[in-house]
Write a protein that binds this ligand. Structure first.
Ligand code: NAD
Length: 479
């Protein structure tokens, strides 16, 4: 409950990863803090954690683990001498398990909030000016105004709606509904083979849905290093994913119990008939209804909030973090770091964020992860480089766990040997990339990695080997 609204040093709007991290750090630093959030789960209950926890990456990664388990039991257990007969999939139970994981994590955030005496307000917040926020409680009670010395906007992002593929969340569904399907569709199309589309495809195709990705761009996955993207395309194709590139969807409509999807590619116009269609065509910042016009907060034409390199908006004492600004990609861990960074600035500490060592992860199977620059970008910048690539199938551990697909690629400066980029496709890439992030954060060279002893047999040996490959002295592959 709000005791004295005028007392707050910091008020955060949004309790996703950026917002809750910021609130916790503000409170740790002795600031009187409130966090406003309007999320309710499908049972109408309040849950902290925002989109990322409730309908984004955490939900997606949890379902993918279930799908991987099923796939391993049905496709891989046999060669271990384990015969799992009469396997069935109970999708509602799988969804329930995902919800239980989310609920448990939401409760943990609430416990940390309570421990730090953060006032957690279940309401929609609207910035009125640099010092005031209007709050409209979710329970329908009367709006009121909060005052704060510092305001941190952290309302995240929301899926972009397409006028030609209207989401009804029954047949044409958004990414949130795609993580809550209670029946396995026989056929599934996804508009967009971006990060979201591929992650959802990894789940539902593994459970048995015949999955087609329709991607307008000619290039597959333009963000990662292209060698990794090509390898991903090859692996996912072999797994049975039907990825149609240069395929622009122009219309999608429900037709009885199916969806008709019209798209165009080089060969002309086509129509697909599928059981369900997922729209995964990107996200936009959640700034609608966040700011009163008279607040004069600067936004760009796409709704992103203008900030300087310290996440400061044009209004003194007002910050925008996470998906709301354009300081980096829409990633939860980027938001978390910005949340902490802003709290420390407010408390008068000197703080720092290094966007150059921000890792990116795509939670497919195998996973894709990278940090730093791609080979293509470095060549465009005329930076002299040397490259070492190590195939993960040459590590004993990859063979032991039966996940031999993928590679680790290290790019270093040709003259001073500084690490410039590390790119992975393979099992546990999301965990493996942490070593590369740390190495780059500490300005390591490829020689440093090559001289670092890695445990054997592990997947992380791939780093050691890729660094050796860069000097053409790999141990476990022929020179
Ligand atoms: P995206 O922009 O990565 O991909 C959307 C794709 O849809 C694009 O490739 C685009 O060409 C395609 N597209 C758009 N209109 C189309 C049409 N009519 N027909 C065919 N294709 C069409 O968007 P996303 O995957 O929704 O992700 C949004 C943001 O959220 C990104 O910043 C992403 O990094 C982030 N995200 C991150 C994670 C993670 O960290 N693992 C997971 C999900 C999302």
């Amino acid at each position: 409950m709000i005791k004295n609204p005028t007392q707050y040093d910091a008020v955060i709007i949004g309790a996703g990863p950026a917002g809750y991290s910021s609130a916790i750090r503000c409170a740790q630093l002795g600031l009187k803090t409130a966090c406003i959030d309007n999320w309710q789960n499908k049972n109408g209950q309040r849950v902290l954690g925002g989109t990322h926890l409730n309908s984004g990456c955490v939900a997606s990664v949890t379902l993918l683990e279930s799908a991987k388990l099923y796939h391993a039991l049905t496709h891989q257990a046999g060669k271990h001498g384990i015969h799992a007969n009469h396997m069935t999939v109970d999708i509602p139970q799988m969804i329930q398990h995902k919800d239980d994981v989310i609920d448990a994590l939401g409760v943990k955030i609430a416990e940390v909030f309570a421990h730090h005496q953060i006032d957690s307000i279940h309401a929609s917040g609207k910035l009125l000016n640099a010092k005031q926020i209007e709050i409209t409680p979710v329970d329908g009670s009367a709006p009121s105004v909060l005052e704060a010395k510092h305001i941190i906007l952290a309302t995240g992002s929301t899926p972009i709606k397409l006028p030609y593929a209207k989401v009804d969340n029954e047949f044409i569904i958004d990414c949130f509904a795609a993580l809550n399907m209670h029946n396995l569709p026989k056929s599934l199309a996804i508009i967009g083979a971006g990060v979201n589309g591929l992650e959802l495809a990894a789940i539902w195709s593994r459970l048995g849905a015949e999955t087609i990705l329709l991607e307008a761009q000619e290039n597959f996955l333009s963000l990662p290093d292209q060698q990794i993207s090509q390898e991903a395309y090859r692996i996912f194709s072999e797994q049975g994913l039907d990825m149609r590139l240069g395929a622009r969807v122009i219309s999608a409509k429900r037709n009885r119990n199916k969806v008709d999807v019209d798209y165009q590619d080089h060969d002309g116009a086509h129509t697909l008939k599928v059981d369900r269609l997922i729209v995964a065509t990107g996200r936009k910042p959640n700034t609608e209804n966040l700011v009163a016009a008279e607040a004069n907060l600067l936004l760009d034409e796409n709704g992103y909030i203008h900030v300087d390199e310290h996440c400061r908006t044009n209004l003194p004492g007002v910050y925008a973090i996470g998906d709301l600004n354009l300081l980096g990609p829409m990633l939860a861990h980027k938001g978390i770091e910005e949340g902490i960074y802003v709290a420390e600035q407010i408390a008068g500490q000197s703080s720092f964020i290094n966007y150059d060592t921000l890792p990116s992860v795509i939670y497919t199977e195998p996973e894709i992860a990278w940090v730093g620059q791609t080979e293509q970008a470095l060549k465009t910048m005329d930076i002299p480089i040397k490259v070492g690539v190590f195939p993960l199938n040459a590590t004993a551990r990859a063979q032991a766990i039966g996940q031999t697909e993928g590679m680790i690629k290290i790019i270093a400066h040709a003259e001073n040997d500084a690490l410039l980029g590390v790119h992975i496709i393979g099992a546990h890439a999301s965990e493996l990339i942490a070593e590369a992030v740390l190495a780059m954060e500490f300005s390591a060279s490829s020689e440093d990695l090559a001289r670092t002893i890695h445990a054997h047999p592990t997947l992380s040996e791939g780093f050691h080997e890729a660094a050796l490959a860069l000097k053409k002295i790999s141990v476990h592959v022929p020179l």
